[in-house]
Design a protein around this ligand. Sequence first.
Ligand code: IPD
Ligand code: CA
Ligand code: CA
Length: 268
Amino acid sequence: MIGKSDWSMIDTYAKSWIKEAGSRIRDSFNKKLLIKTKSNKDDLVTNMDHETEQFLISKITETFPNHQILGEEGFGDEVKALDGVVWIIDPIDGTMNFVHQQRNFAISIGIYEDGVGQIGLIYDVVNDELYHAKKGQGAFFNDTALPALSDVSVDEAVIGINATWVLENKRIDSSVLTPLVKQVRGTRSYGSAALEMAYVAAGRLDAYITMRLAPWDFAAGMILIAEVGGVVTNIKGQPVGLLNESSVFASNGNLHKEVMKNYIEGFI
Ligand code: IPD
Ligand code: CA
Ligand code: CA
């Protein structure tokens, strides 16, 4: 028993449920998908987003009736505070990829106790690859421990950034990030925030920057990145809250400092 909850037991259940949910999604590839739009024509949701969230919630509430659940599709609780154990779930992160490509999407589960990240799981369903972390015990890619992130200079960094943020937009002055995009070795955009954060934890991306995410997009990734010594803040360098939308800047510590100092502070 660690703290108030048995995290080893919760971890075992969470891993088996995320894998089972993934297997159900893989099976759905042979069936007809029902696709709808949400806030706009590009904001997609499918029956599998709904079914996956409902499946996970039924397992959690059956086994842990006192835990709260914050899920993207709204089948969980109306979570107003982070007291106790809170599961933060994105049943399919990268729904557009799921619909258009049948790959490059993930199930993301972050489990917090009194606001402190305890377990982070990001499951790349098609590749059967699980990124997982337990507070204080490191982060893993399947059975392989992920090493602590090493220093990278801006010149040699490969960063995850969505092209939207360097085109004219309503949120930020798009010219601010242009010098950074020019200076780094390369940029990538995979279309799944959870996978992009898992890639930062695994050292495949040196940073990930995005201007608007919801808690279910980053709740698991934050726990993974913390376990390999990385830093996750909003674009202003402030802590990211788990009950609101936020910008996110995730990277190793030295790159985070260098980018904040030379490209962001005083410009945004
Ligand atoms: C989206 C993906 C995408 C990010 C969007 C998210 P969804 O999540 O993570 O990469 O740019 O902001 O909303 O809607 O596919 O779960
Ligand atoms: Ca998402
Ligand atoms: Ca989603």
